[in-house]
Design a binder for this molecule. Sequence first.
Ligand code: BGC
Length: 349
Amino acid sequence: MFDMKKRLSVLLAAMIFMLLLGGCASKEEQKDLSSDNKEEKLKIGMCFDSFVIERWQRDRDIFVQAAKELGAEVNIQNANGVVEEQIRQIDYFIKKDMDVIVIVCIDSDALSESVKDAKDAGIKVIAYDRLINNADIDLYISFDNEMVGTLMGEALVDNGLFGGKVIMVGGSPSDNNVSLVENAFLDVMDRNGVEVLDSTHCDGWRAELAADYIFDNKDLVNECDAIMCGNDNVASQVVNALAVQRLAGKIMVTGQDADLEACQRIVEGTQLMTVYKPVEKLAKRAAECAVALASGEELEGTDIGVIDNGKIDVPYVKLEPIMVTKDNMDETIISSGFHLKDEVYLNVK
Ligand code: BGC
């Protein structure tokens, strides 16, 4: 009896051991398989400032899709406008041993150390849409931000601002694009005898600050012919605040991004213009460059120039922005499929 019990338990132990052995072996195999996959796939980490502005979701979706088609996998992080969080997220990507980190920086002057850490770890870094200053980045890819400012200025002058008065409500002062846009805008104002009554900024691109400004500066607002807004989200707050004072449509307003609501305001007559930046081109080209850099290839293309970021001459892919007014809404926004005609003309009979 005792012998029988002993034999049975030895048999049971042997069976369990074999089962365990089988389980282990298959885990090992799995591990091998997944590490093989890992070796094949290039790893891209992408850090966003935030997704509050309509365009960035489009940037993300197109970039991820394009990178996927090129055989890379993309991990997305969103810092919700907090610089320290963005630095932590870059650090996380360094620890995760990404091949490339693509960054929409919150503060163009705050990432020198993070970029250095990434580069020391052999990771390539791309500044997406906004330049990162004083850092050894591998690429800056963006739209021509100076041209954005020029187009805003020219649209106003073409619509009678010559010798008039303008207020500037710009974006985040820590975004390098903002000074590029504003300086080019100021050049056009200068050449056309336009007086700048005042200039203010929305820290962190917080557009609600623009509405506060309009309510707090009623006299200046009454005196101006135009308000240059840093983007369409800022323009949205400005136009709402103007509407409360029955001034919407009477003061010319500019923007950028071609947000749907901005395009609606343009055809309705409460915003003069926006600047359309075909984000699809930017995101696809950035994905191509990210994969090339991750594979150790040289960047190639006639669209590559250089820009000085205070430390090095950074390879710079510069795309062309397009002015959009009521007159060319259909040829630009509708025919490219950026927005649907029905949506843009929703409130216009
Ligand atoms: C971009 C704009 C955008 C703004 C706020 C800028 O750096 O160039 O397209 O509207 O950031 O997110």
